[in-house]
Structures are given as structure tokens and as C-alpha cells.
Write a protein of this length. Structure first.
Length: 209
């Protein structure tokens, strides 16, 4: 009898002790995403790859890079890699920054766009996108996502050093969450290997000579 009571209390604790799951409406009411949020996420997780979920809590994309406004320096577009549950092509698209929210409860990035909107979004080549834009560039993205151009854009203060800055606004490579650090390490190791082989060659030549 005693064990049954303890078991019942344990079940009650598990049932009522957990926070209730968030609704789509509550996620939609979260504050806008800022680059300061990205910096905090990067500080908390060195290999952060910035996944993006929809208001239903499903991960649908990954933040690849940011496009800024040329004159104001404000964030203008987020370049996203769309996952297989959106399109099996794993294509890229640019999304108005106004659609991104920061879920303060789960420290996650939320996009206020339906899966169908993302699926039908204009496809872009991330290597050909400008780091900064001006004028009417990107109006097709505003039109597709039905967003008023320039509304509620967020400033760039507090950019994660070495993460968002650099060659414009590139985030860690989407296929390599380690980013450029691994490439630099491999390059350094290869350079040291060449030096070691050269030293051995010179030393052996002296001994045989």
C-alpha cells in the first residue's frame, strides 16, 4: 500500500511538475529575434547551428547567414537552409527578419511562416547573396511572405564576435557546425607535417653526405 502511494505521488509530480507545452499562439507572441539572442546562444553552445522551428514546435530550417541594410546597418533578411520536412531539395531562401521570434522559454528561434509558405518561397544561392543591401532589393521576399518592408527591423549591436560578422554575415557553415575552426586546425597540422618532413629530409641528407 505504501509503495502504491509513493508511485501515485511520483506520477503526480511528473504530470504537474512539468511546464505545460507551449501553444502556437504563445510562440507567436514571443519577442523579436535580435543578434544579441544569437550571441547568447553561441556563448551557451560553442557548436550552435541556430535551428529554426515553426509555431508548432517542429524544426524546419537552419539559420545560415544574415543580410543587413546598407544604410542603417539593421538586420533585413535571414538566409535559411530548409530541412527535408519542408523540401527534399534542402534549398535556401531569404526570409524577412520581421518573421523571426525568440522563444524565451526554450531559447529557440521561431519563424512566423507556414510550412507551405516556406515550401513555395523563392530559392536563392547563398554564395551569390549580398552581405548588405539597399533600395528595393528583396521585395519579392517581402511580397511572398506578406510582410511590410522595413517593419520592426532589429539593430546589429551585440553581434556574436566571429560568428555573424566576418565575410559580411556568415554564420557557421550549415554542413559543418564546427565552422572554420576545423579547417584552420587541419591547415595548421598539414603545415607542421610539411615542416617535419623537410627537417627529416635535410637531416638525413647531412648524415648520408
Amino acid at each position: 500500500m505504501h509503495s502504491l502511494i509513493v508511485y501515485s505521488l511520483l506520477l503526480a509530480t511528473l504530470a504537474f511538475g512539468q511546464p505545460p507545452p507551449q501553444s502556437a499562439d504563445s510562440r507567436a507572441q514571443q519577442p523579436p529575434l535580435t543578434v544579441s539572442n544569437l550571441r547568447v546562444m553561441k556563448d551557451q553552445e560553442a557548436f550552435e547551428t541556430f535551428p529554426i522551428m515553426n509555431t508548432n514546435g517542429n524544426t524546419v530550417a537552419q539559420l545560415s547567414s544574415i543580410i543587413f541594410d546598407w544604410e542603417s546597418g539593421r538586420t533585413k533578411f535571414a538566409v535559411l537552409l530548409l530541412f527535408e520536412n519542408i523540401t527534399d531539395r534542402r534549398s535556401f531562401t531569404a526570409v524577412p527578419w520581421e518573421l523571426l521570434k525568440f522563444d524565451t522559454n526554450s531559447s529557440a528561434i521561431v519563424i512566423l511562416a507556414s510550412n507551405d509558405k516556406l515550401r513555395r518561397a523563392p530559392v536563392v544561392d547563398p554564395e551569390k547573396l549580398p552581405p548588405r543591401t539597399g533600395g528595393n532589393w528583396g521585395q519579392e521576399f517581402y511580397a511572398h511572405f506578406e510582410v511590410t518592408s522595413g517593419r520592426d527591423a532589429v539593430g546589429t549591436s551585440g553581434l556574436p564576435g566571429g560568428v555573424v560578422q566576418g565575410a559580411a554575415s556568415r554564420l557557421p557553415d550549415v554542413e559543418d557546425p564546427v565552422g572554420r575552426g576545423l579547417a584552420f586546425y587541419l591547415w595548421g597540422a598539414g603545415f607542421l607535417l610539411v615542416l617535419a618532413v623537410g627537417w627529416l629530409f635535410v637531416t638525413r641528407k647531412r648524415w648520408t653526405g
